[in-house]
Design a protein around this ligand. Structure first.
Ligand SMILES: Nc1nc2c(ncn2[C@@H]2O[C@H](COP(=O)(O)OP(=O)(O)O)[C@@H](O)[C@H]2O)c(=O)[nH]1
Ligand SMILES: [Mg+2]
Length: 194
């Protein structure tokens, strides 16, 4: 991902560009979505990372290699957001995934240490039901001690029913980022030639 550029924040589906393919990043607030986008693009602060989760309700668009968009969706399951706002958000995401003409796939970001929450599992099931390409990324690998990382990863794989694409990464140490980058680029390429 040699070139990356923030394009805009979109409030809803009518403000979404449709000329290029989209890779949608989803995950709970504070899980490390923005950090992952920074890691993938090799930028320190392309996507805003913060300790104040759930502030934005915008879909943030990042143009990558002048070729596709990474879209950072607002985090789901944020407790301090009102129920009606949560519902509105879920409907918006569903609408995009169902109606947007060029969805390459979804990167579902979870917290390696915390493991999949009920909201994560519900989202995962929903994405599977839409037959989308799903890339699971578990962040914050560095928060588990080295000696326990492998068994922790195996447990996670079991919990998720052995997903085809699961990557355990650390944004802090830039560990395993390259593999995520490659699978996204491969997905975009295959999408374009299909
Ligand atoms: N230790 C550690 N912290 C991380 C990692 N990824 C993100 N964080 C931290 O987790 C917090 C939330 O990250 P952010 O990217 O803003 O999450 P978002 O709300 O999903 O976009 C920030 O304080 C990050 O520095 C990681 O791999 N390891
Ligand atoms: Mg963020």
């Amino acid at each position: 991902m040699k070139q990356s550029e923030y394009i805009k924040g979109a409030k809803n589906i009518t403000h979404i560009p449709s000329e290029l393919p989209i890779v949608l990043f989803m995950g709970r607030s504070n899980v490390g979505k923005s950090s992952l986008i920074n890691s993938l693009t090799n930028r320190k602060n392309l996507a805003h990372t913060s300790g104040m989760p759930g502030k934005t309700m915008l879909l943030n668009f990042y143009l990558i290699n002048n070729n596709f968009y990474i879209v950072d969706a607002p985090g789901y399951g944020y407790a301090r957001r009102s129920k009606s706002m949560q519902d509105e958000f879920v409907v918006m995401i569903e609408e995009i995934l169902i109606k947007h003409p060029k969805i390459v796939g979804v990167v579902l970001v979870i917290d390696f240490k915390i493991g999949p929450t009920e909201a994560d599992l519900n989202t995962y099931e929903f994405l599977k039901s839409l037959n989308l390409n799903i890339i699971m990324v578990a962040t914050k690998k560095d928060k588990i001690s080295k000696s326990k990382q492998l068994s922790h990863e195996n447990k996670l794989r079991k919990q998720l029913n052995n997903p085809t694409n699961l990557f355990v990464v650390s944004n802090l140490h830039k560990e395993n980022i390259e593999n995520v980058k490659n699978i996204i680029l491969k997905g975009v390429k295959e999408y374009e030639s299909s």
